[in-house]
Design a binder for this molecule. Structure first.
Ligand code: PXP
Length: 251
């Protein structure tokens, strides 16, 4: 029997969007996502992730500009594949750009990017980012067509959408979604892609995802910021780092 190794480590990208959501709810300068990023880094976050949406509902241009200058771990900018966002990415040069689908009326990113359905346009778009030295990740459903298309358009990384796994109503459905994610991770690795995962992950459900073969990075936002309300951001990030370590230590 061939054993497929779990990645030796799994990085934690902390998404600080919802610190900005709280700030924007009252139009105050606080809480500041820049200050949050400092705290996350000090607590061991391996990456800071932000999503600059077209409607600027949480992260604003000013946040991107300052975070780019202050963050010392890699900065991952999630954005739609629009001309406006391309210009901002080329100006601020985040370490990674994660391309996500975006609809104004959605509450959060629903579903993965349809890479297979827009290959020529995405190939050109990805090339512009890569030429600027930016690592390009595509946020996709763990679907073979989407994984293959991601490799074909020149992405370096795929981030597998874990929303359906997180929302699964029964253990059976959860196992089914996990098997789907595993197949996507194996296919992506086979094609030379790095594998990340994210969306809807919590300290309770992240273990099986962190333990999937080849998964090197989890991006988590809402659950960490929610936990921080009760125990502070530094403690929340430490808890999530510990949860990942525990999952990887399990035989
Ligand atoms: N990864 C991507 C690509 C996302 O769009 C989001 C949500 O902004 C996340 C991870 C984090 O999801 P959550 O806030 O549910 O942890």
């Amino acid at each position: 029997m061939t054993a497929i190794a779990t990645a030796a480590t799994c990085r934690l990208g902390v998404n600080v969007d919802h610190v900005a959501t709280l700030r924007n709810a009252r139009g105050t300068p606080y809480p500041d996502p820049v200050q949050a990023a400092y705290v996350c880094e000090a607590a061991g976050a391996d990456q800071i992730t932000i999503h600059l949406r077209e409607d600027r509902r949480h992260i604003k241009d000013r946040d991107l500009e300052i975070l780019r200058r202050c963050v010392t771990v890699p900065l991952n900018l999630e954005m739609a594949a629009s001309e406006e966002m391309l210009a901002l990415a080329l100006l601020h040069k985040p370490d990674t750009v994660t391309l996500v689908p975006e609809r104004r009326e959605e509450r959060t990113t629903e579903g993965g990017l349809d890479v297979a359905g827009q290959q020529p346009a995405l190939r050109a778009y990805v090339a512009k980012l890569r030429d600027a030295g930016i690592v390009v990740s595509l946020f996709i459903d763990a679907d073979v067509r989407q994984v293959d298309a991601s490799a074909a358009v020149g992405a370096a990384t795929i981030e597998l959408h874990t929303g359906d796994y997180a929302d699964a109503a029964t253990p059976t459905l959860m196992r089914k979604q996990l098997a789907h994610l595993e197949a996507g991770a194996l296919r992506g690795h086979h094609l030379g892609l790095a594998i990340a995962a994210g969306h809807g992950l919590t300290a309770r459900n992240l273990g099986p995802v962190a333990s999937l073969p080849h998964v090197e990075e989890l991006n988590i936002g809402h659950a960490i910021v929610a936990r921080a309300v009760f125990c502070g951001l530094e403690a929340a990030v430490r808890e999530y780092k510990a949860a990942i370590s525990e999952a990887l230590a399990r035989p």
